[in-house]
Design a protein around this ligand. Structure first.
Ligand SMILES: [Mg+2]
Length: 247
């Protein structure tokens, strides 16, 4: 028997770096599944679809199905569908736009029901101007996540969704509803969908301010791994150098 009924793993810096799995990550996931636990993958990354994460994780050897993968573009689509939004002004990449359209939310050039902002690596000044105009005019504003940076292979960083969101927030004068971690919104949806109580779930991640904070806010146990962003754990935080001894 695994120690928890379910394990919610962050991806970047927790299970892989770039296209390389982190040592002991695949065997840890296989072990807890073998012991009867449920595994969920939860990432703030909004640039890809569920299907592309399934392909990436599968290629590295992680056991994975679509239902196991939750990201902030899926979260944005579920949130907007729940709010009844049908049309959107989207500042984001193909993965976000495709996910929204799968949930019946289409892009419009007219007045949208919602402005949705995620990471966009071909952003222009005009894009910021258009999105902030709608936000300033009172259209609801949703951000996929607010990660300041996005990690690449070799320890490099590029500006993350949070940098794009901050530009629209500053120009539009409105703070968005943020779907991704540290907001517990996605974790709460995962608990509800899988009929889990927060007390039987371990949230594992490499960032205190997103992964661990979201886990705490949702009432779950948390484990910080030192294979990504953080190099030490603050007092009182359960941590491990890697996933070798995950139970
Ligand atoms: Mg991470």
């Amino acid at each position: 028997m695994a120690a928890y009924a379910a394990y919610v793993f962050d991806l970047d810096g927790t299970l892989y770096r770039g296209s390389e799995p982190i040592p002991h990550a695949v065997s840890a996931v296989e072990r807890v599944i073998g012991e009867g636990a449920k595994v969920v993958y939860l990432t703030n990354n909004s640039t890809q679809t569920r299907g592309s994460f399934v392909a990436k994780l599968g290629k590295m050897g992680f056991p994975v199905t679509e239902e196991m993968v939750w990201n902030s573009s899926l979260g944005a689509a579920l949130y907007c569908a729940a709010q009844g939004y049908k049309t959107a002004h989207v500042l984001g990449e193909a993965g976000l736009k495709q996910t929204l359209s799968e949930y019946g939310i289409s892009e419009t050039t007219g007045t949208p029901d919602v402005v949705i902002v995620g990471l966009n690596r071909s952003l222009t000044y005009q894009d910021i101007a258009e999105a902030s105009d709608w936000v300033r005019a009172g259209v609801p504003f949703v951000a996929t996540n607010r990660d300041a940076t996005f990690p690449l292979e070799g320890g490099r960083f590029i500006p993350g969704a949070g940098s794009v969101v901050a530009a629209v927030e500053t120009a539009g004068g409105v703070t968005p509803f943020t779907v991704g971690k540290p907001n517990p919104y996605l974790l709460e949806l995962i608990l509800e969908t899988n009929r889990l109580d927060a007390s039987e779930v371990l949230v594992i991640g490499d960032r205190m301010d997103t992964d661990i904070e979201a886990g705490r806010r949702a009432g779950c146990s948390t484990l910080l791994v030192l294979t990504g962003v953080e190099s030490f754990a603050p007092d009182g935080q359960t941590s491990a150098p890697d996933l070798r001894h995950l139970a």
